[in-house]
Ligand binder design. Structure first.
Ligand SMILES: [Zn+2]
Length: 284
């Protein structure tokens, strides 16, 4: 309906001008609509994957990988289990989890499904459910598209205007350079948000709330998120660095979750088995 009104207004305007025939008016109008519609479309899952991959590559320049295949496999096992119980169980490029060789307490969700967790963060956790809680919070950021939404709107609009007006094979070198610059700028926006500025409090609280639901659905104890936040609160030496810099204070996050804990009965036998395998894979 809205589109029809826009078409009608544009046609009326164009036809009211002298020497403009109706066919030309229609042509101009529909070209305008096509470009506007393309400029308004959201970033696709495929595009999100490519931005996320570049974001991960950029983070790995500052935080090298911790190369422990057994630990990495274990973290992937937990992460994949949580992801399967989220709103978006599969992404274009899949979920991938890796450990960073850093004592900083931190974790990063790159758009599209790459999640990086530091050795310092793993050390903070005292059991598998707490690792699952940290990963669930990061998976929620991916499901909510928080990373990809931190790209400045103007960049995306400019990219779509270039993409929408020409087929890729017709791009001149100047347009390609502009597209590469927009891509690099988009990666900068996300990295800056992940490492320096952080998301809004609303986005963080929302990621915590979704994490509780994923944990409960996957058979983990959702209270593990509150437990790990309590532990984070006590690690005062890390104040002002890593996750403290980009997230609300642990106390505020705990307060937000207090009346939102789903009531679940945790299977104690399975919990004990998870404690055992945590001890096996995570050598604190
Ligand atoms: Zn977060």
């Amino acid at each position: 309906m809205k589109k029809f009104i826009v078409v009608s207004v544009l046609l009326l305007f164009l036809c009211s001008c002298q020497n403009v025939d109706i066919n030309k008016a229609l042509d101009i109008t529909f070209t305008t609509i096509q470009v506007t519609e393309k400029a308004a479309r959201p970033i696709s899952d495929e595009e999100e994957y490519y931005v996320g991959r570049a974001v991960a590559a950029r983070l790995l320049q500052s935080y090298p990988l911790y190369e422990d295949p057994e630990l990495t496999r274990y973290i992937n096992l937990i992460g994949e289990t949580i992801a399967l119980h989220s709103e978006k169980p599969f992404t274009y490029g899949g979920y991938h989890f890796a450990v960073l060789n850093s004592n900083e307490i931190n974790a990063f969700a790159c758009p599209g499904g790459i999640i990086l967790i530091t050795k310092g963060m793993i050390k903070l956790a005292q059991n598998e459910d707490e690792i699952a809680a940290i990963l669930a919070h990061e998976i929620a950021h991916i499901n909510h598209r928080d990373g990809i939404n931190s790209i400045k709107q103007a960049r995306w609009t400019e990219a779509l205007t270039i993409i929408g007006t020409k087929a890729a094979r017709q791009f001149g070198s100047e347009e390609l350079v502009r597209l590469v610059n927009i891509f690099e700028g988009s990666v900068d926006d996300v990295v800056k948000t992940l490492v320096v500025n952080g998301y809004s409090r609303t986005q963080e609280y929302s990621a915590d709330e979704s994490a509780l639901l994923y944990l409960a659905k996957a058979g983990y104890d959702p209270r593990a998120l509150i437990n790990v936040l309590e532990r984070l609160k006590k690690s005062t030496t890390a104040y002002g660095t890593g996750i403290f810099k980009t997230h609300p204070q642990p106390d505020d996050r705990i307060n937000n979750l207090k009346d939102k804990l789903p009531s679940v009965s945790v299977d104690l036998n399975l919990f004990k088995k998870r404690v055992q395998r945590f001890r096996f894979f995570v050598k604190n």
